[in-house]
Design a protein around this ligand. Structure first.
Ligand SMILES: [Zn+2]
Length: 465
């Protein structure tokens, strides 16, 4: 289909004016009718957040998403652009994406009069119909709404003339979706400006009021504690958001794992093959779950899914380093790599002040032990490993480190009765890397069950009875 390049062609093609709300509603209805998933890539909200978003869009409601950090709020908001049309026509050169059938800016109204059906048209996609701003106290009316352009005034235009305005990000997102992240951090003055735009359909810049009936879906996000505390949001603006949608962290470690796998950026591993044992993935996810349940961590700000994602990356990096240094083809993370998680966890959790000086490191280690123990109990029972324990009781010890070759673990499997069976339950005895990972997991599990002692010497650990 040939796209229209003038207003006349557009009219002849049967183009109909739709507001952005009507457009999103129509596209959502089409997806619902064919059971097509909306918001692809958003995991764990199918039964909670997604149905509420669908209702809000069908009703044309303004939405505010409330949730702690790292609950994919920004991602959900960005994914709403998938409900916009692939392309829409705009008056060519318009700063605020005017619809050719109903231009609202003075320049476009003038051009329409001058050119009539010859008015030039451009087409824009969803990426040009989305704007977002992280609210901070520094965000000004000029940033969001606009300011008087002194050059245009110098050219002889009057201050109250809308053609002297340099538009801010909200008018530039006209006919699209505008997101304000962390809404309570906007100053009261800017909140008033935003309210006028949403409610009164006019913009006020430096005392001048200009009517500008923008067509925008405004979506906000906020931390629930900030949003509900008195005085952080001016009441009329709060009233303007028709629905509050509460986000949450993944309800299951399976969802947490699905997210961390989805977010792992594809990387060139050269000739090496990455294979992360399922139990190691579960430990990474479980660590975050432990942190979210820990009263020594500030839960009002939360423990982001990014902790899980970054921990997964750190774990893999530590294992990759070993593979490179030892000339191994397999990259298989194991227990000895878990120390790498401290650095990617520490900066993302806020410790509760308890009167005594505590280091995050000690806490992370405790949480990590809990996570390993829980995952171990899910897979294995200490009783199943009686033969392994007996072997150690005869006085033998086993040394492991994150720089030991995977092949060195194979001797252990031959020497230690019962170890092979344990490894098989965890997934198989084919790959040396997996055997090394499973061996360390079994020894660590027995240690955490107080069946084995563990001594540390630098980066080396020795397990003995
Ligand atoms: Zn315009």
């Amino acid at each position: 289909m040939q796209r229209a390049s003038t207003l006349g062609e557009l009219k002849r093609g049967g183009y109909q004016f739709l507001t952005v709300r009507e457009e999103m509603r129509r596209n959502l209805l089409a997806k619902l009718a064919t059971s097509e998933r909306i918001l692809s890539g958003i995991i764990g909200f199918d039964d909670t957040v997604v149905p509420e978003i669908e209702n809000a869009i069908l009703a044309g409601h303004h939405m505010v998403f409330l949730g702690e950090r790292g609950q994919a709020k920004s991602r959900i908001i960005r994914a709403l652009t998938s409900l916009l049309d692939p392309e829409v026509p705009v008056v060519r050169g318009c700063a605020i994406n005017d619809d050719p059938l109903r231009p609202i800016c003075k320049q476009c109204r003038r051009l329409t009069e001058e050119h009539g059906d010859a008015l030039p048209i451009s087409w824009i996609g969803p990426e040009h119909r989305y704007g977002e701003k992280l609210a901070t106290p520094d965000v000004s009316i000029a940033d969001l709404i606009g300011e008087i352009d002194p050059v245009k005034v110098a050219e002889g235009r009057y201050l109250a003339d809308e053609e002297t305005i340099h538009y801010g990000i909200v008018p530039r997102t006209n006919r699209g979706i505008f997101a304000v992240n962390e809404l309570p951090d906007l100053t009261e003055k800017v909140q008033v400006g935003l309210f006028n735009l949403m409610e009164e359909k006019d913009v006020q810049i430096k005392g001048y009021k200009i009517r500008l009936p923008l067509d925008i879906v405004i979506v906000a996000s906020a931390n629930p504690e900030d949003y509900t505390s008195r005085g952080r949001i001016i009441t009329p603006l709060k009233d303007r958001f028709d629905v509050q949608i509460r986000t949450h962290y993944p309800r299951s470690t399976a969802d947490e794992i699905a997210i961390m796998e989805q977010e792992l950026p594809p990387m060139d591993r050269f000739d090496r093959v990455l294979g992360v044992p399922q139990f190691m993935k579960e430990i990474v996810a479980q660590l975050t779950f432990e942190a979210r349940a820990c009263n020594e961590i500030n839960q009002a700000s939360g423990v982001s899914v990014r902790v899980t994602i970054n921990n997964y990356e750190s774990l893999i990096s530590n294992a990759e380093k070993r593979a490179v240094r030892l000339g191994e083809r397999e990259i298989v993370p194991r227990i000895a790599d878990l120390h790498a998680l401290a650095a990617s966890t520490a900066g993302k959790i806020e410790l509760e002040y308890s009167g005594e000086e505590k280091t995050g490191e000690e806490l992370i280690e405790r949480l990590l032990n809990r996570a390993v123990l829980k995952v171990f109990d899910k897979w294995l029972k200490a009783d199943l490993l009686k033969d392994v324990i007996e072997y150690f009781e005869k006085g033998w010890g086993v040394e492991v480190s994150d720089m030991m070759k995977a092949e060195e673990y194979l001797d252990g499997v031959k020497a230690i009765p019962g170890l092979r069976e344990g490894i098989r339950i965890l997934g198989g005895v084919e790959s040396p890397g997996f055997i090394a990972a499973a061996t360390e997991f079994i020894l660590e599990g027995l240690h955490l069950h107080q069946k084995l002692n563990k001594d540390r010497e630098g980066g080396r650990f020795t397990y003995r009875a």
